[in-house]
Design a protein. Structure first.
Length: 279
């Protein structure tokens, strides 16, 4: 298994929130929320607090130079989790994007010094049995040019359910990234919790769409260019994944809604590689 990720939890088909701690895990300097409403719980190590602030300032300057979006949106931190009787139980807390940006490249930090925001993503299968991946565009602040699962995005607020009901984060992200609506999806179920090198956990769903590859590509291509979080979609046969990653098998690719066959020479995001290893 690749050292960039690990499967943190499997064997569940339901997701429950066991506890929600309303404090914000963040250095005080970058909270940017009403302090009367939210108490603050920062990293245990004061040096980590300083390093987060420094990294955020660097990222701000870089984003300003490239035109990428970099703002301190609210996120949800995973304090802990457990699997019991087929249920993934999550203990959650508030955090923010700046705290994540300051700790995402620090795999050596202990849990008490990491933001660990919860994200979601989908192993999306088309009606012609192709897996969908997307190349991250310049619209994103981090990971441009790398290939990610569709529907990959952060949980921005504590939800009553993460079981994949319409309105959940995974539906929102699939709509934003691939332009799929809930009625385009035949099924979507929680599958596993994947952790990347910095332990940021991703809740991965199995999803099936009634649309075939061409229809998904067409749906995605209708998004305005300035809103596209993917610059390209690729479609990979489930049995061809290993060959594609080894450069031995072609993928079906689309940048404009038109499909073509080509060799894959990209790089997967750790979460995407971890999720594909489940197949």
């Amino acid at each position: 298994m690749n050292d960039d990720y690990e499967v943190l939890a499997q064997g569940f088909d339901q997701v429950d929130i066991l506890d929600y701690n309303t404090t914000i895990w963040s250095p005080e300097e970058i909270v940017e929320r009403n302090p009367e409403r939210y108490a603050i719980e920062g990293p245990v190590d004061p040096e980590v607090c300083e390093e987060i602030v420094e990294k955020v300032e660097e990222a701000k300057r870089s984003a300003e130079g490239s035109g990428a979006e970099f703002y301190n949106g609210p996120l949800v931190r995973v304090r802990d989790f457990e699997v019991d009787n087929g249920i993934l139980g999550l203990k959650l807390q508030n955090t923010n994007y700046f705290s994540h940006a300051g700790t995402r490249e620090r795999p050596g930090l202990g849990k008490e010094n990491r933001a660990d925001p919860l994200s979601v993503g989908a192993l999306l299968t088309t009606s012609d049995e192709m897996m969908v991946l997307g190349e991250k565009s310049g619209l994103v602040e981090y990971g441009e040019g790398e290939y990610q699962l569709p529907g990959a995005g952060f949980v921005e607020e504590v939800e009553e359910s993460l079981d994949s009901e319409p309105g959940d984060s995974i539906y929102r992200e699939l709509n934003e990234e691939v332009n799929l609506n809930s009625e385009d999806l035949e099924s979507i179920e929680p599958e596993a919790l994947i952790g990347a090198v910095h332990r940021q956990p991703m809740l991965v769903y199995n999803a099936e769409t009634e649309l075939d590859s061409g229809e998904v590509a067409d749906q995605w291509s209708r998004q305005p260019e300035e809103e596209k979080e993917f610059s390209e979609l690729i479609f990979v046969g489930e049995n061809d994944i290993e060959g594609v990653l080894d450069g031995e098998t072609n993928v079906i690719a689309s940048q404009d809604g038109e499909l073509r066959s080509e060799r894959y020479d990209g790089e997967l995001r750790p979460h995407a590689e971890g999720a594909l290893s489940l197949l």
